[in-house]
Design a protein around this ligand. Structure first.
Ligand code: GLA
Length: 741
């Protein structure tokens, strides 16, 4: 078993293939302390001494006079609140008498094979042979609050899943005011912190800075994981780069408000925490009731950022995404959003479908505007019936005609929303999230539906199911286009209003679960104004998420780099669109756009009937490359070679098959630089003693592969590098294919 308890030393010893995590119980009082997380240890003799520092006054049971000195420096496994540790706490409980202090001590533990579900929440999973779980129950002897800390280790992936369940063991109700899902107290090394920031159309941009004294935090109070900050934190040794150095990654399997923070204290020690954001959160627990906090993924890599990315990718591919589509080639789709926006009819959609079918596109996705009175974005969300003014003859007819062309059909919904101008709002104004007497804030002229309510969920799902049963719909794009504000639910009593944002997320998860139960083979793609809810929680339901509304091939380099830092390429919704690009006005070569989309799920988002003959002719060639390489891209191993953020003029990454026999190299020259003959790029993930032939993949020529005439050993390619002749001009992509000979 990869989790052991050393009875004499009172140490829990957790192993993954290349890492070890140690925590222990401190004698007498029974505090849980953190000992170590890092490279795998084959022998842990003496580790317990790390906790029991012998010099007074830091031994709690011996020296009560200086108890605060102990509390304020001890590496707690899960931090107390209000009793002398003045760093950020992990848990805050308000009792009926108004007190908030909690201090947890060890009560019991259990080690089991496998991993249980987290009630109502997405979480990693595994079988009895590939996951082991440690459950440690702690108790606060005064309030009788119990915390069950859960740690799951994976047999084949360097990741540990942590979560916490709080139980009210007292006779009276209490309110959980803060519950972090994981806390890691680390030694005071010099670290950098890495996070992802963004905005609409500019999601997941990497930002690295030194971790100084005080607190560095990122979070969301938008009710979704957000475009702006991502539920991820990386703690990096100063020398960490893509291939070397130490990297600790923390990633939250949750889609609502979050807080992720790293705190360096007076002694240089670092405490990292992640959990539901305590602001706008308060959860009432009656006597005997429990609260399950979502899961945090911890990963440690001694091989730089690349090691972390690959561990997370492996974890999500093997232990998080459940869709039957996970390992299947996804149909090449065409989405009509950038082609028509709201201005379409069934005839227009059929024109696009007919032309698409001729070019080899396999699925048509009808985006926003097909329902209610939806001629623009001011109305009708919540009125999920077909607009027959646009779709004459109904959805069934349109879909059969599209199916007759040999294409599948997909449909857009925004189920969590309600327009003030809708039949739904006329009938149920109290179903919108708002506070009585306060004018609720509109965003895109819409309100958020209170999906914390069972009746609201039932109603919306009934409508969705009716539409989906009325035609052969094989794909759904589930969108969510505004954040939550004016938190008020007509259904919750005063002392439970603080539960709304979390109940909302639980309600949304339940809706997706029911949708998938009703349509088990549905290909679901999540979306939130682009990539505003791209997080591991949503991946539990959908194998792919729309990355960003920005479809510009150059902007996408940074967005997809930040996304691929954490997520497998097969999750990233990516499409070819027209130029000048609708978001940034840039014109890029059609082949560069094709190459950037190939590094994701691949599809088109344009009016194919209006494409130039030249671009149209390139579509089947891009699709040919998709069919040739989608298995490699979907199932392969990702290596980041260079980032345009750092090089300023080019971006490069690689996908290699699991055996290191085949590899695709994606190179994009962002800006041409004069008088530079070549560029030597060190590759990764190859076999050092194998020889590789190098081909150029053509996305616009009759012949797909051109032999470059080059053959090189893996050792040369990985150490000396591969010479790549610079393309001519800005925004030029070059796709190379290497195969062992
Ligand atoms: C969001 C999505 C887009 C599109 C529109 C439709 O912005 O990200 O892809 O579906 O909504 O309103």
């Amino acid at each position: 078993m990869s989790i052991r308890y050393l009875e004499k030393e009172r140490i829990f010893w957790l192993d993954t293939p290349n890492t070890t995590y140690l925590l222990g119980i401190v004698a007498q009082e029974g505090f849980l302390g953190h000992l170590y997380y890092g490279k795998k240890l084959e022998d842990v003799t003496g580790a317990e001494t790390l906790l029991r520092t012998s010099e007074p006054p830091y031994v709690p049971e011996k020296n009560d006079r200086d108890r605060s000195s102990f509390f304020d420096a001890f590496p707690f496994e899960y931090a107390s609140h209000g009793v002398g540790d003045f760093r950020e706490s992990s848990l805050k409980i308000r009792t009926g008498r108004g007190h908030e202090a909690v201090s947890l001590v060890y009560l019991k533990h259990e080690i089991r094979r496998g991993k249980g579900k987290l009630s109502g929440l997405p979480a990693t999973f595994g079988t009895e042979s590939d996951v082991t779980t440690l459950l440690i129950t702690c108790v606060d002897p005064v309030t009788k609050i119990e915390a069950e800390l859960s740690y799951s280790t994976f047999e084949r992936v360097d990741a540990i899943a942590r979560s916490v369940r709080i139980k009210n063991g007292s006779a009276d109700p209490v309110w959980v005011e803060k519950v972090m899902s994981a806390c890691l107290d680390m030694e005071g090394k010099e670290f950098d912190v890495l996070s992802l920031h963004g905005s609409w159309a500019r999601e997941r941009q990497m930002e690295r800075k030194p971790l100084g004294h005080g607190i560095y935090s990122v979070g969301s109070l938008r009710g979704e994981s957000s475009h702006q900050e991502h539920p991820f934190l990386g703690i990096l040794s100063k020398n960490a780069d893509q291939t070397s150095g130490e990297v600790y990654g923390f990633h939250f399997v949750y889609s609502g408000n979050f807080l992720a923070q790293a705190q360096r204290n007076q002694f240089g020690q670092v405490r990292v925490q992640m959990g539901i954001h305590p602001e706008a959160f308060s959860w009432k627990l009656a006597s005997g009731e429990s609260f399950q906090a979502p899961e945090v993924i911890l990963t440690y890599s001694a091989e730089g950022l690349g090691g972390m990315s690959r561990s997370l990718h492996d974890l999500y591919l093997n232990h998080l995404i459940r869709s039957p589509w996970l390992h299947q080639k996804r149909p090449v789709l065409i989405n009509n959003w950038e082609a028509t926006y709201f201005d379409f009819t069934a005839e227009k959609i059929l024109d696009i479908a007919r032309e698409s079918a001729k070019l080899g596109i396999e699925m048509l996705v009808l985006d926003d505007g097909w329902f209610g009175n939806r001629f623009d974005d001011n109305r009708s969300l919540g009125d999920w019936w077909v607009n027959e003014e646009k779709l004459r003859g109904g959805l069934g007819k349109l879909v059969s005609e599209i199916n007759a062309l040999g294409m599948k059909f997909g449909l857009w919904f925004e189920p969590e929303m309600i327009s003030p101008e809708s039949r739904l709002y006329e009938e149920h104004p109290d179903w919108a999230i708002q506070i009585p007497g306060r004018r609720a804030c509109r965003a895109r002229n819409q309100f958020v539906l209170d999906v914390s309510r069972g009746d609201v969920r039932d109603y919306i799902l009934r409508q969705m199911f009716a539409v989906l049963h009325s035609a052969n719909v094989e794909y759904v794009k589930w969108d969510m286009n505004r954040p939550l504000s004016d938190l008020g639910s007509a259904d919750l009593p005063a002392d439970r209003q603080g539960e709304l944002s979390h109940r909302y997320v639980l309600g949304m998860y339940e809706m997706q679960e029911r949708l998938l139960a009703e349509f088990p083979n549905l290909l679901l793609e999540n979306c939130s104004g682009g990539g505003g809810r791209f997080d591991p929680g949503m991946l539990y339901f959908s194998p792919q998420i729309w990355c960003s509304d920005d479809t510009d091939a150059i902007e996408r380099l940074g967005i997809q780099e930040g996304t691929a830092l954490l997520y497998p390429l097969s999750c990233m919704g990516a499409h070819v669109s027209v130029c000048p690009n609708h978001t940034v006005g840039r014109t890029t070569p059609f082949s560069t756009r094709g190459m950037t989309a190939l590094a994701g799920t691949f599809g088109y988002e344009l009016d194919v009937t209006k494409l130039s003959e030249e671009d149209k002719a390139a579509v089947p060639k891009q699709i040919r490359a998709y069919h040739a390489y989608s298995d490699l891209i979907r199932e392969g191993v990702y290596y980041r070679i260079a980032s345009a953020r750092e090089t300023r003029d080019y971006d490069c990454f690689q996908v290699t098959d699991r055996g290191g026999r085949k590899s695709l190299v994606f190179f994009t020259q962002v800006l041409a630089t004069p008088n530079m003959k070549s560029r030597c790029i060190p590759l990764q993930g190859l076999k050092k003693d194998a020889k590789y032939r190098i081909w150029q993949v053509n996305l616009d020529k009759e012949q797909m592969l051109t032999d470059t005439g080059k053959v090189a050993s893996g050792a040369v390619l990985m150490n000396a590098g591969m010479i790549l002749e610079r393309p001519w001009g800005d925004f030029q992509g070059r796709l190379l294919y290497l195969e062992e000979i």
